[in-house]
Ligand binder design. Structure first.
Ligand code: 5AD
Ligand code: SF4
Length: 457
């Protein structure tokens, strides 16, 4: 019997891509392929790509260029592309990369095992565009045995695509229209993740609070005991009731328009729902927010943040910011600094503006220099470092519940885990500690991104 063909995946981009790669790997294993010990040795390499900024695309293209060149000495090798770039480039990708074996969009992932088989059989330049709808998703193969036990943290996509059309964003072009998954299907997937060991499940959508708001009716056979009427609170409640093995539930990414009284009540009343929300602000300048078509001004944004803090004690709010949007002045930038300070963000991810083909803002001159973008980025990161330190100092001396994840990346002898606020905690393990255990840790020191403490009891 021939040894099975081996595969490796290389992933760029967001959590949704990480999730998609995991599902692709499971589908390939279920179809009889094996994980390659290293990418170099793999018979099949699939690059799961991101289009959100030009740099992300450049990285994936560079990687694919090298991989395609490796086929010269190994003509039987298969190199595939999936993710957002596959959709953005369409069949044109084969002009850029003539030696690419296949390209397939992110909603057509179920076809990958078949494409791999055909490509291994000699087929070249296979292209599968995304279907207009992802349709019902068959449950992902879960595998069995300890080797298949997944990590403590897991992601489940609940909403595909995005209809928001922010001026700078390529997502609606590459991920298509908004489409909510059926709650029965989601609950079944969360249950399967729990069976693989997941204890912290994050529900994913590009604009996750739009879950169930379009072309959707909540199934009659899933009542809400707490009387929720909005789809996302109902879904959170349903998962908490039906999958009690998962003590922690999150959802990302948010938008202030979705911070409704009912959602805030769900965050407060459902114990499994974590005290953390990632709420991209993008800018603190009302003029830039208008240009970006974000649908709120700085005051509206801050109102949402206040609602969260008032309702959910100790909640951590994190954000995304773009610096150097076309026409962003020093004054706009200073407004962003001020509003970030007022929002008291626990963490912030800062991105330098990058014009994306086909987006409305790509028609505007990209007139903030690279150097100035870099400077603004550095300033915001320094501000955030000080703010993160201040936020984290509030935890020193307190005992928090930590979900243990495993040995810390930096120091094998110590373990790391996460709090409900999504803060990383590093501590000395005690014998018998297992990944997935919820343990009390007393915090004794803090850095801007990390807490350090000791196990209690
Ligand atoms: N340029 C820079 N950053 C961008 N983002 C989205 N589009 C762009 C762009 N064209 C950022 C936003 C978003 C995060 C995932 O990426 O801040 O929240
Ligand atoms: Fe990148 Fe956006 Fe696609 Fe995620 S959805 S991979 S962030 S372009």
């Amino acid at each position: 019997m021939n040894a099975p063909a081996t595969f490796a995946l290389h992933t760029y981009g967001c959590q949704m891509n990480i999730r998609d790669s995991d599902l692709i790997a499971r589908r390939l294993r279920a179809a009889g392929f094996a994980d390659a010990p290293t990418e170099d040795e793999a018979d099949v390499v699939i690059v799961n790509s991101c289009s959100v900024r030009e740099k992300a695309e450049e990285k994936a293209l560079g990687k694919l260029g090298l991989l395609c060149a490796s086929r010269r000495g190994r003509p039987g090798r298969v190199i595939g592309l999936t993710g957002c770039m596959a959709n953005r480039l369409g069949p044109e990708v084969f002009t850029l990369l003539p030696a690419l074996s296949f390209s397939v969009g992110p909603r057509a992932g179920a076809s990958i095992p078949d494409l791999v088989r055909r490509a291994l059989g000699g087929a070249e330049r296979l292209f599968v565009p995304d279907p207009p709808s992802a349709g019902p998703q068959e449950p992902a193969p879960s595998g069995s045995g300890p080797a298949e036990r997944g990590p403590v943290q897991s992601f489940v996509t609940i909403l595909y695509g995005c209809n928001r059309h922010c001026s700078y964003c390529i997502v609606p072009h590459v991920r298509g229209r908004e489409e909510s998954r059926n709650p029965h299907e989601i609950v079944a997937e969360v249950r399967a993740e729990a069976a693989r060991g997941a204890r912290d499940v994050c529900l994913l959508g590009q604009s996750v609070m739009r879950y169930g708001l379009l072309g959707f009716s909540w199934p009659d056979d899933l009542p809400s005991p707490a009387g929720f009427t909005e789809p996302l609170p109902r879904l959170l409640e349903r998962i908490a009731l039906d999958v009690p093995e998962v003590p922690r539930l999150r959802f990302t990414s948010g938008h202030p328009a979705g911070v409704t009284p009912e959602l805030v009540r769900a965050m407060r009343e459902i114990p499994a729902v974590c005290a953390h929300l990632h709420l991209p602000m993008q800018s603190g300048s009302d003029r830039i927010l208008r240009e970006m078509r974000r649908g709120y001004d700085s005051e509206g944004y801050l109102r949402a943040v206040r609602m969260l803090h008032e309702a959910v004690p100790d909640i951590a709010v994190t954000t995304d910011i773009i610096v150097g949007y076309p026409g962003e002045t020093e004054e706009d930038f200073e407004a962003t600094r001020r509003v970030m300070e007022e929002a008291d963000f626990d963490n912030a991810f800062v991105f330098k503006y990058s014009p994306r083909p086909g987006t409305p803002s790509s028609l505007l001159p990209d007139d903030v220099s690279d150097e100035e973008k870099r400077r603004r980025d550095q300033v915001l990161l320094a501000d955030q470092d000080a703010r993160g330190q201040r936020c984290n100092n509030r935890w020193v001396g307190r005992t928090v519940e930590v979900l243990a994840e495993g040995p810390s990346l930096r120091n094998e002898r110590r373990w790391s885990g996460r709090t409900s606020q999504n803060k990383i905690v590093v501590f000395e393990p005690k014998p018998g500690l297992r990944a997935g255990d919820l343990v009390p840790v007393r915090i004794d020191s803090a850095r801007p991104q990390t807490l350090y403490g000791e196990l209690c009891g």
